[in-house]
Write a protein that binds this ligand. Structure first.
Ligand code: NAP
Length: 244
């Protein structure tokens, strides 16, 4: 794959695994992080060790100026041909009846508005320049609903799934594919941040494959969707969830 791939939230977890998997294939990346500068530096150094150009940019995906700065930095490496809309958050586990408005707004802002802003910037740069691929990182929560945990998060990921379908149809004629992945229970810091570090251990027996997934297993699906091997795939989302 030629060009540069923008990965949002590349400092940790699934995003870091995507940057690593792309770097291992010699694909240039420009990734964003929110606050964890040291983690971002480790990921960028890992790509450099593989001999692949990689730049880390502090950029909040919900802040338009930050998103523009992220894409400007990416274009300094080469034309943007890929975007992985990975940055995402869930707030602490809670029933809907106890949720404050600010919490719901923040989850929707990062997961939905952030994905739209990044997709918009990517489409502006890919149109008329040979196209590209956008991969939206959704969640099985979009289908399961996350009752008693974070229905706001599940709803935000259902919105991401709709973005995948609608945008794919808008830009297919411009040579831009828009696809998604729906991870299941993946071993990252995500669960600790939403209040239950042992969540994967608690729930993994309910997964048909009997285990949680690794970030690298999601990254491999993302890399395939970005590749020419997926050249006739658009407007759809692949479950990467061990059957969950
Ligand atoms: P994670 O380990 O918590 O990492 C989240 C990443 O997003 C970090 O790099 C973080 O940057 C970045 N980030 C957070 N808010 C941001 C913002 N406003 N602007 C820019 N970057 C931001 O989470 P993860 O498990 O890898 O999750 C990655 C994606 O997979 C998310 O969209 C999540 O919803 C989805 N997902 C995860 C699971 C799972 O089981 N882990 C399952 C389904 C879907 P900092 O390092 O600076 O904080």
């Amino acid at each position: 794959m030629d060009g540069t791939v923008v990965v949002t939230g590349g400092s940790r977890g699934i995003g870091a695994a995507v940057v690593q998997a792309l770097a291992a294939r010699g694909i240039r990346t420009c990734f964003s992080y929110s606050t964890h500068r040291e983690a971002a530096d480790v990921v960028a150094a890992g790509a450099a060790d593989l001999g692949t150009d990689c730049v880390a940019v502090q950029a909040d995906v919900c802040v338009e100026a930050d998103v523009r700065r992220l894409f400007t930095a990416a274009e300094q490496l080469g034309p943007v041909t890929g975007l992985v809309n990975n940055a995402g958050i869930a707030a602490r586990q809670s029933r809907v009846v106890d949720m404050e408005a600010d919490r719901i707004r923040r989850v929707l802002d990062v997961n939905v508005v952030g994905s739209f802003l990044c997709a918009r910037e990517a489409v502006r740069r890919m149109t008329g320049r040979g196209g590209g691929t956008i991969v939206n990182v959704s969640s099985r929560a979009a289908v399961l609903g996350s009752a008693g945990e974070y229905v706001d998060y599940a709803a935000s990921k259902a919105a991401v799934d709709a973005l995948t379908v609608g945008l794919a149809r808008e830009v297919a004629a411009d040579g831009i594919r828009v696809v998604g992945v729906r991870p299941g229970l993946i071993r990252t810091d995500f669960h600790a941040r939403s209040g239950e570090p042992e969540r994967v251990e608690r729930l993994q027996r309910s997964v048909p494959m009997g285990r949680g997934g690794e970030p690298s297993e999601v990254a491999e699906a993302v890399v395939w969707l970005l590749s020419d091997g997926a050249s006739y795939v658009t407007g759809t989302t692949l479950d990467v969830s061990g059957g969950r």
